[in-house]
Design a protein around this ligand. Structure first.
Ligand code: C2E
Ligand code: MG
Ligand code: MG
Ligand code: MG
Length: 292
């Protein structure tokens, strides 16, 4: 009988809702201290140039290590940060930390390393983003061309005119712009003509199916061809297998990022990889399982 009641409780939508909102408010309260208590960490996932096999840059990916709740995914806490307004302090910290890190790598001799930073919707629409980026670059000593800002189509298309003017301001400073999760938003291709974009990142939901699903393969080929015709760099996200790599190489995708090469890694591991790359292994691919 007790067992039955537990089952009932488990499926009780109200209770489920309560549990959800209880985690929600617990996280919300905890998030206020996350930054000050040094619970936020950036990991960096390499982006590899397929022509040279070398690490061209990294994407900064945020992690929240809570002492009791464990590691919380950015997909869970970024929306919370947006609701509470904490997103501004958090994303300032991300931008500053990522630029300072890349500046340090440049000083260590890795002078062509690029740092990609994800922008949240609110961060992108807050007036003065270009000024903030300018300040952070000055403070950290990083040249603008080594910073790439990633935003999704959904963010960019929310207010197209405002987005175009923000992107133009950033571009005129020399900062690069990438469209993230390409293909999952409105996919209104005509906007690409008006947006000063340097690269597009094909969403991993397409890459996932390129060797098994003919539509995913066709879409990916079309996006690569379009990017090449527009003179835009194209990055495949979420590459997990050698078969996918071979496909992407066949259709001349420029860069790849995914678990097949590297997971998001702490700063120290990236520093080691870069050292290895610039020392003895300068002409061999950076990843462990090179395709012959
Ligand atoms: P995103 O920008 O599209 O980042 C790519 C996500 O795919 C990352 O998840 C990465 O760890 C994961 N990934 C990379 N390679 C593979 C792969 O081969 N297979 C699979 N299954 N996954 C792979 P993560 O780190 O959990 O980040 C999720 C999202 O959270 C990001 O998607 C981005 O939208 C957001 N995010 C992360 N860091 C930040 C940040 O600093 N600021 C903002 N505003 N958003 C962030
Ligand atoms: Mg991204
Ligand atoms: Mg993405
Ligand atoms: Mg994403």
């Amino acid at each position: 009988k007790d067992h039955g009641r537990d089952n009932y409780a488990f499926y009780d939508p109200d209770l489920h809702q309560n549990r959800r909102s209880s985690r929600h408010s617990t996280l919300e309260r905890a998030l206020h201290h996350a930054l000050d208590d040094n619970q936020l960490v950036l990991l960096y996932q390499p982006q590899i140039d397929l022509e040279s096999g070398q690490i061209r840059g990294v994407e900064a990916l945020l992690r929240w290590h809570h002492p009791e709740l464990g590691t919380i995914s950015p997909t869970e806490f970024i929306p919370l940060a947006e609701e509470t307004g904490l997103i501004h302090a958090i994303s300032d910290w991300v931008l500053r930390t990522a630029c300072a890190q890349n500046s340090a790598w440049h000083r260590q001799g890795h002078t062509t390393m690029r740092m990609a930073v994800n922008l949240s919707a609110q961060q992108f629409s807050k007036p003065g983003l270009d000024q903030l980026v300018h300040e952070v670059l000055l403070d950290t000593g990083l040249a603008p061309r080594w910073l790439e800002l990633e935003l999704t189509e959904t963010i960019a298309l929310r207010d197209i005119d405002a987005a175009i003017s923000t992107l133009k301001a950033l571009k005129s400073m020399g900062v690069r712009i990438a469209i993230d999760d390409f293909g999952t938003g409105y996919s209104s291709l005509s906007y690409l003509k008006h947006f000063p974009v340097h690269s597009i990142k094909i969403d991993r939901s397409f890459i996932n199916g390129i060797t098994t699903n003919s539509s995913d393969a066709a879409i990916t080929r079309a996006v690569i061809a379009m990017a090449q015709n527009l003179g835009v760099r194209v990055v495949a996200e979420g590459v997990e297998s050698e078969k996918q790599l071979i496909f992407l190489r066949t259709y001349q995708c420029h860069e790849v990022q995914g678990y097949y090469f590297f997971r998001p890694l702490p700063e120290k591991s990236i520093t080691q990889l870069l050292q290895r790359q610039s020392e003895k292994h300068a002409d061999s691919p950076a990843w462990r399982n090179p395709v012959p």
